[in-house]
Design a binder for this molecule. Structure first.
Ligand code: NDP
Length: 498
């Protein structure tokens, strides 16, 4: 498959004209074949995209919320009607199986668009008013920030674009969005969907390129807020640059999340949860539960069940409905994950329970050029191992044993990251006690990974700042104005005549 070139999109259209400036390519990770050429946005194009968003802002901000809502709801409905077509593009761009992209990526993005559209149409932007004293009251209003930058990671491209643009636009802001250069295909399609739904020109704009284009956005005086999803190390740079200019920030960063299997657990449930926490999206999920803490006495049975179920991880043709495991997103990321697996075997000397180096079994010959790794399970791991400490962002599970729940909690928290955590057990009181002690912003009991529009999500510690989704997710795109009204008839002053 080959797709038309992509160019900077602003003021309602993609830049036209013949070839100009540097380009990069989108590659199908299942085969390593090129599918699209993308033109890197020049500094002047980034500037023009921001200017077009700045110009569109006053009118969009003063459009009544219910009218903004109508446009966003129409966009959600277009997204749903084109679900399979858009999901196929996501599959080609990310390497995630169509069985995933057609049931998760576009749908959960459209859900969030609907959620925020409904929220702002039903009073979500209302302020409060209160009686201060008989002659005075205070009212507050929630005001949009201006033009915001959305900078996305490559693992959930269209979902990330929607999780950022939906509350941003619903709140009355405009956006300049930069997709990851690794998975840029969705961005123009989303811009066109918004346009078809009636979004005014300039309200949603797209720029393309690597970190240097991202950094033009974060430093630009025309940008009021930066909403970033990516690695902790990049997040530090982006937040630093934005803070220097007093911009608002939301940082959705990486994790190394623990799964705690309690002694009274239903082991089938725990194994299913641990597999979802490690192999969904080929492990390329920020909330992955890669440190699986299992009671010593349950280890053998946990491993036996896990080995039985690992045969249900099926690599293959990504459009086949039975395929539930794809390649890694790029050559660079493949090399990184392979280095970690090698390190686990050779340096950490963890015991390889399943997988390891090489390609998945039964991979068709036509896909052997892609960036495939085997789903991998290490056991007998210890907290000091590199594979246990660092975010691999691939399908690599580490099993650790513990002897008391307190010990498991202490070790689970012994990381600078705090994105997600989960617990599996039958004693629901104990589950809640454990959750209460875990240092993470997103937690699950007896399930893993679901992140509905209604649920505010964001990391603790080095995993981020602020939240996305839920009611609190809207506040992240607003600033407060408080107004004190005095009806006393005279202005209180210290400067009266003695
Ligand atoms: P990166 O940090 O490498 O990149 C994220 C985005 O930032 C990309 O668009 C990238 O551009 C851009 N970028 C790079 N440098 C700069 C800079 N100096 N200024 C501004 N922008 C810059 O992350 P990945 O794309 O590798 O994504 C994987 C990471 O994202 C993982 O750590 C994962 O945990 C995290 N993540 C967190 C989520 C959350 O909600 N907490 C959700 C999903 C992922 P380009 O790639 O084009 O160079």
């Amino acid at each position: 498959m080959s797709l038309p070139d992509r160019r900077t999109f602003y003021n309602g259209k993609a830049v036209s004209g013949g070839p100009s400036g540097p380009t990069f390519q989108s590659i199908d990770p299942s085969t390593s074949k090129v599918v699209c050429t993308i033109y890197t946005s020049s500094e002047s194009e980034v500037d023009q995209a921001i200017r077009s968003a700045n110009l569109a802002f006053p009118s969009w901000a003063s459009t009544p919320p219910v009218e903004r809502s109508r446009i966003l709801l129409k966009a959600a409905s277009i997204l749903r009607s084109r679900n399979d077509e858009l999901a196929k593009i996501e599959t080609i761009d990310t390497g995630k199986p169509f069985s995933e992209t057609s049931t998760v990526d576009v749908i959960t993005g459209a859900d969030v668009l609907e959620y925020f559209a409904h929220l702002v149409a039903s009073g979500g932007l209302n302020g409060e008013s209160f009686h201060l004293r008989d002659s005075a009251w205070v009212y507050t209003s929630k005001e949009p920030l201006g033009t915001c930058a959305g900078i996305g990671a490559w693992n959930y491209p269209i979902q990330i674009a929607l999780w950022k643009s939906a509350p941003c636009l619903a709140a009355g802001n405009t956006m300049v969005y930069k997709p990851s250069e690794v998975t840029p295909l969705h961005a123009q399609l989303l811009a066109e969907v918004y346009q078809e739904a009636g979004l005014p020109d300039g309200v949603f704009n797209v720029v393309y390129g690597d970190g240097s284009v991202g950094s033009l956005l974060t430093r630009h005086p025309g940008i009021a807020k930066v909403s970033f999803t990516g690695q902790v190390s990049t997040g530090r740079k982006v937040a630093g640059a934005a803070a220097g200019e007093m911009k608002y920030v939301t940082m959705e960063l990486g994790g190394k999340s623990p799964v705690i299997v309690l002694p009274d657990v239903d082991l089938e449930q725990a194994v299913d949860g641990a597999m979802m926490a490690n192999f969904f999206s080929t492990g390329q999920v920020c909330t992955n539960g890669t440190r699986v803490f299992v009671p010593e006495q349950l280890k053998a049975e946990f491993e036996r069940l896990l080995l039985l179920k690992m045969q249900y991880v099926r690599a293959g043709d990504l459009l086949d409905a039975n395929t539930n495991f794809g390649p890694l997103v790029s050559k660079a990321h493949y090399d990184k994950v392979v280095r970690y697996i090698k390190h686990g075997v050779e340096v950490d000397k963890a015991r390889l329970l399943y997988g390891g180096l090489g390609q998945p079994d039964h991979l068709p010959q036509s896909l052997r050029t892609g960036y495939w790794v085997r789903p991998t399970v290490f056991t007998d791991c210890t907290d000091e191992m590199k594979i246990v400490k660092e975010e691999i962002f691939g399908p690599v599970m580490s099993i650790l044993t513990y002897s008391s729940v307190d010990e498991a909690v202490r070790r689970a928290n012994n990381t600078e990251l705090g994105l997600a955590a989960g617990v599996f057990g039958r004693d629901i009181d104990l589950c809640h006690r454990v959750i209460k002690q875990l240092q993470a912003g997103i937690t699950w009991v007896n399930t893993w990974g679901e992140s509905p529009a209604e649920m505010a999500v964001g990391g603790w510690k080095q995993s981020g700042v602020g939240v996305e989704n839920g009611r609190r997710g809207l506040e992240a795109w607003l600033r407060n104005k408080s107004t004190l009204v005095d009806m006393g008839g005279s202005v209180p002053t210290v400067f009266s005549k003695l």
